[in-house]
Design a protein around this ligand. Sequence first.
Ligand code: GLP
Length: 247
Amino acid sequence: MLLIVKDSYEAMSREAARVVAERMRRKPNLVLGLATGGTPLGLYKELIRMHKEEGLSFAKVTTFNLDEYIGLPRTHDQSYFYFMRENLFKHIDIDPRYIHVPDGMAPEIDAHCEWYESEITRYGGIDVQILGIGANGHIAFNEPGSSLGSRTRIKTLTEQTVKDNARFFKNMAEVPKTAITMGIGTIMEAKEVILLANKTNKAEAIRAAIEGPMTAMVPASIIQMHRKAYVMVDKEAASKLTHTFTG
Ligand code: GLP
């Protein structure tokens, strides 16, 4: 695992974009795993800038998003599909046929999850997976207690996650309580993973993930087992690490 501590959110985002762009230049048909949430927004902004100013092309790239709320149509402004379109896809030259976001309105959710897994395999597996982290240590929507070998499936969100997400909805009742998420096993099969975290509210989760014991109660701690993982954080998110000199 390579821990990279940057002075600011912007510097962390630029570093993540630099690595992703380098992989894309080396392999134009890269299979890129994407995450939602506030954390990767800076990375997406930088990739859009590179596309517009430096000719970085997504034309042959395939994407797989980590997760999606169950029950929200793609037109809902809080669906992850909508988020990805607004914050990345509509600004770059990606081929819509190569975009994959789990469908929260799929009539047969289990069959859809199986199909999602088989699509990832059909494209040769994920080359680079972007990850955020929940304050409780979750990755994608793999909440504490999720099997470390899990595959794409339905998960019920914890009360904490529902509360964390409530700020985006009119009220708590509107926040979806279930989601489709790639499993921890699915994520671990990505050839490289880049976990991003910023701000002090992620410091404890980052400490537990990197320096704590590997446990299903902190799903992100599985990253300790990954062959090629980058953890990119700002100073605030690194502030509780005890084995690292962060300046
Ligand atoms: C949600 C997403 C996660 C994301 C997390 C943190 O739960 N399913 O993929 O990592 O939120 O979001 P943020 O980056 O906004 O803190």
